[in-house]
Write a protein that binds this ligand. Structure first.
Ligand code: SF4
Ligand code: SF4
Length: 357
């Protein structure tokens, strides 16, 4: 069965008030607003952007939507979780301050920021799913205990999953640190001594101290590596290699199963907005500005995470006139979507319904 995906064309250079109006129309198209009870906890799951990154969804674009939600409940909040990698998003204090620097303050938005898996990513709850790769997902308690979940996702490419949008925001983004580790567990990069220039950059980025320098090359210690993929992204000469098929397949399927765990916990009380502006080769975890791989397209909304991600990727490919994601990393990003459809997370078929902006 096909799912409905709503779409309004747009460009991040438009006036923020115009974009806020477009977001509001799409939020209302989800049909969730009328269901929100007084005093309900509404989590707006978002990536606040790594320090130095500018691709993240801007708080100004959400003003009207926040106004709508606050008419229903005073208990709405922005939520995200701690990262595996070293940086400003690896503990709740640094991350809350960074979110504030990016404009997500109570004074500006009217909503508090809640890092939903606790101070250092330890606050989670098990959600049994009994699927192919994940038996029980470890989900951030501060998201799981909400009554409604609105997932706000910025479509990007990704070094390990090819595409990152609603499914990634849900599966990886709502997992605690233990949950993220479980999803990355079988990712096992290698460093090619032939290409490695022994510059040592990757050593400084590895959160597990799993890289050493030996015999003129960097080397990964398998027993320490947690599969986070940071070294893949930071190596400028492409010396770090992933087993693209095997590693990515396992990660994407686990991510879809984690997404299912969250989605299933909120059935009928969850919606997705995907923003297709400043689509970049890597995700907003990159601590720098990045060039776009395709021009701005617009914003989509759906209650189906598989359908909205498929529609988002299809639009990016149509506008780029090629698979802009595979041009960045040769990853079969359809794996997460196909597996999502197979386990009941959503539908690959969709009707794209244009809404007047
Ligand atoms: S960043 Fe790349 S070139 Fe530099 S040490 Fe690491 S693997 Fe080698
Ligand atoms: S070696 Fe690479 S993938 Fe493994 S933990 Fe370190 S940065 Fe992450």
């Amino acid at each position: 069965m096909k799912s409905q995906v709503f779409f309004i064309p747009g460009d991040r250079k438009e006036d923020p008030k115009t974009l806020s109006g477009k977001m509001e129309k799409l939020y209302l198209a989800l049909g969730l607003d009328g269901k929100i009870e007084k005093d309900a906890f509404v989590a707006l799951k978002i990536h606040f952007g790594e320090k130095g990154n500018i691709g993240y969804i801007k708080p100004d674009w959400l003003e009207n939507t926040i106004y709508r939600i606050r008419q229903r409940t005073s208990r709405a909040y922005f939520a995200d979780t701690n990262t595996l990698y070293v940086g400003m998003r690896s503990n709740a204090i640094d991350y809350t301050q960074l979110a504030g620097q990016h404009g997500f303050t109570l004074e500006k938005t009217g909503l508090p920021v809640h890092i939903a898996d606790g101070l250092i990513g330890e606050d989670d709850e098990e959600v049994p799913v009994n699927l192919k790769r994940v038996k029980s997902a470890k989900i951030a308690a501060g998201i799981l205990h909400a009554d409604f979940l609105i997932c706000l996702s910025h479509l990007t490419g990704h070094v390990q999953t090819g595409v990152g949008a609603a499914i990634k925001n849900l599966g990886m983004g709502c997992a605690s640190r233990a949950g993220k580790l479980e999803q990355h567990a079988e990712v096992n990069p290698r460093i090619s001594a032939k290409y490695c220039q022994n510059c040592g950059i990757c050593l400084g980025y590895c959160p597990a101290e799993a890289i050493i320098q030996k015999n003129g090359s960097a080397v990964i210690l398998d027993d320490k590596c947690i599969g986070c993929g940071e070294c893949l992204v930071v190596c400028k000469v492409g010396a770090v290699k992933m087993r693209w098929g095997e590693d990515s397949a396992g990660l994407q399927e686990k991510m879809a199963e984690y997404a299912f765990a969250v989605w299933n916990s909120f059935r009928g009380k969850i919606g997705f907005l995907n923003v297709l502006f400043k689509i970049t080769k890597d995700c907003d975890c990159m601590a720098k500005d990045q060039p776009q791989i395709v021009g701005d397209i617009g914003i989509l909304a759906s209650v189906d995470p598989v359908a909205i991600d498929k529609a988002s990727a299809d639009l990016a490919i149509k506008h780029g006139k090629k698979d802009v994601f595979r041009a960045g990393y040769n990853v079969d990003w359809m794996l997460q979507l196909r597996h999502g459809a197979k386990i009941g997370l959503g539908s690959l078929g969709y009707d794209l319904i244009a809404i007047a902006g």
